[in-house]
Ligand binder design. Structure first.
Ligand SMILES: [Zn+2]
Length: 130
């Protein structure tokens, strides 16, 4: 699994790694939008995720721990469930996951078991900007 991290989400990005293209910023912004929507609706913590396949978002989610009283309803977990359902398979090896934060151990394991090979996240301790 390749893990790419960025320091902030804005019009500019850091030059921490090669292979970055501007669509990645767009996908990360969508993950952050999910996080904001979840907070606005009091569904859970400020966490959002999207799953991308062939440069297209196939699943999006935000934390719904409070809404569903389910401690496993993290954004990444819900996005993985939605993507697997969308593709009718559990192997998401041709997908990328964008997360508004560093995935927790549960989500990291789920990303691993889903065989997602690339995970892009915002660096811990840095607040994403709209
Ligand atoms: Zn998690």
């Amino acid at each position: 699994m390749v893990i790419l991290s960025i320091e902030k989400v804005s019009g500019e990005r850091t030059e921490k790694f090669s292979g970055w293209d501007n669509t990645m910023n767009d996908f990360m912004k969508e993950a952050v939008k999910e996080a904001v929507a979840g907070m606005r609706d009091n569904h859970g913590g400020p966490f959002g995720a999207v799953i991308v396949r062939n440069n297209e978002i196939i699943a999006r989610a935000h934390n719904e721990v409070i809404k569903n009283n389910d401690p496993t309803d993290h954004a990444e977990m819900i996005a993985i469930r939605k993507a697997a359902k969308e593709l009718s398979r559990f192997d998401l090896g041709d997908c990328e996951l964008y997360s508004s934060c560093e995935p927790c151990p549960m989500c990291f394991a789920a990303i691993h078991w889903a065989k997602i090979k690339k995970c892009i996240m915002v660096v811990p301790g840095k607040m994403p900007q709209k």
